[in-house]
Design a protein around this ligand. Structure first.
Ligand code: PAF
Length: 284
């Protein structure tokens, strides 16, 4: 695997390979099987796969969250070698933001709910880094996990706003054996916390199975009680239309409903989502 730390070196390499299709997997490191599944999907679709590892400071709305974000670069490199990723791009903050000038985007109501509401500035930071990466790499395809469902919707919107031809591909959530969604942040959980966190997915499945016989309000209450019993705090649970991401109060307000949750366990913030029902033919 080739490793580039500078934009110029990566661009030179890309120029030499300009006739190849490029699959791009942006990450912040602390790689897990979920990331590796994105790399594998890229390898299946594109002639060259580029993974980036960059802990993007401007998408963190709390300094302690940035500081505590797990960093496991040696293990990450080994994992990428093992799946035969072609290129790792490992830029510094200065390489990514030489002028320190950031853009302000307007994603309308896509960015004012859920993660947008609870993490002010987060999606603007994500959009800045993705625009910069896309400008450097000009990928044919870019792969994003559906765990960050709202981020995926924002990136699709960004690509549309910028008129880019990059195809954005959403990839299914990978889960641990106990149902916990794979996440870099799981690195910071103790074994006991990982066990307790299993209630998140279990409760979402229960909501999905009982959807026809309970109201949204009842479902929210049940979820809150279940996570609190496992000594976790619920930041939010929303049921929203899977395309517009606008929260609903009654099931009949949409034919494509996704549950979105954020739970705090210890000092770790975990997000998850599950499609409760979908009567639409193609989902984002
Ligand atoms: O999902 C992530 O890991 C990050 O938000 C991303 C897409 C790599 C941008 O920094």
């Amino acid at each position: 695997m080739l490793v580039f730390k500078s934009v110029n070196e990566l661009k030179q390499f890309l120029f030499q390979n300009k006739h190849k299709t490029i699959g791009f997997v942006p990450t912040m490191g602390a790689l897990h099987q979920g990331h590796l599944s994105l790399i594998n999907q890229s390898k299946n679709k594109a002639e060259l796969t580029i993974c980036s590892i960059f802990v993007n400071p401007i998408q963190f709305n709390k300094p302690e969250d940035l500081e505590n974000y797990p960093r496991t670069i040696e293990r990450d490199i080994q994992l990428l070698e093992d799946v035969a990723c072609d290129v790792l791009f490992l830029p510094s903050v200065n390489e990514m933001y030489p002028t320190k000038q950031y853009k302000n985007y307007d994603f309308g109501t896509l960015a004012t709910v859920m993660e947008g509401e609870h993490r002010p500035g987060h999606f603007n930071g994500v959009a800045n880094v993705i625009e910069r990466f896309f400008d450097i790499i000009q990928p044919t395809y870019a792969f994003f996990g559906e765990k960050d469902f709202q981020q995926l919707a924002i990136v699709k919107d960004l690509t549309k706003q910028l008129g880019l031809s990059t195809e954005i591909i959403g990839c299914p959530i990978l889960r641990e054996n106990n149902g916990l969604a794979m996440s870099s942040r799981n690195e910071r959980l103790t074994a006991e916390e990982r066990n307790r966190a299993a209630i998140i997915y279990r409760s979402l499945i229960q909501i999905k199975n009982n959807q026809k016989t309970s109201t949204i309000e009842q479902a929210k209450k049940m979820f809150k009680t279940a996570v609190e019993q496992e000594k976790m705090n619920l930041e939010y649970i929303e049921f929203a239309d899977g395309t517009t991401l606008q929260p609903i109060k009654e099931w009949n307000e949409t034919n494509y409903c996704v549950a979105f949750v954020t739970v705090i366990i210890g000092k770790v913030r975990l997000i998850d989502n599950l499609t409760i029902y979908s009567n639409v033919t193609s989902t984002p």
